[in-house]
Write a protein that binds this ligand. Sequence first.
Ligand code: CA
Length: 237
Amino acid sequence: MTKASILIVEDEAEIRDMLRFTLERADFEIVEAETAEDALQQLHARLPDLLLVDWMLPGISGVELVRLLRKDEITQGLPLIMLTARGEEHDKLTGFDHGVDDFMTKPFSPKELLARIKALLRRSRVAEDDKLVAGQMILDLGQHLLTIDGKNVDIGPTEYRLLEFFMEKTNRVYSREQLLDRVWGRNVYVEERTVDVHILRLRKLLTPYGCDGWIKTVRGAGYRFSPEQDLANNQAR
Ligand code: CA
């Protein structure tokens, strides 16, 4: 089971430290950004499961950051809680308009924040249907767990995201570049070869269950995940 990750975008170090302390104790993986610009860079490299964004940031403001994220296909669905100071509360409506999922007014209790985070993660995971199923393969998005034939399969974080993407978009061909964009994030510093490495790992992981052939190499184009087709072949054998 992979820890859920949270990106904290907050310019005040004291508040970042408090948040990190609280959330790490609750078993979240924490990433920090001091500015919206910094956050955008980090988001291009890797997507967290949830974002905590301070309203008042130097440079690009918190609300403006949210507006940018909601315009982008890759980040538009990211669960997002905005942190505001008292007095900024009257602007909440603007925030909701721009796609903020929830608000916390400083100072807030760690317990309250945790409850809001968990509720939002639950909501967003329900929206993701909670489980992806392909043949005998089940990816439990809530628990970050892969089972095949009812057995738990140990899967690395990148292979997990790759498989999640494939299971959501079956029978469609994706180029290495598209996979890098969608699974690794845009503006990545990794080579297209990296995709092949992780595809290989994923296939290896699926081999004992006879599902490795579901990931097809499409010559000159990229990769395609086709579970049904192969399942039919298996049954025909
Ligand atoms: Ca601030």
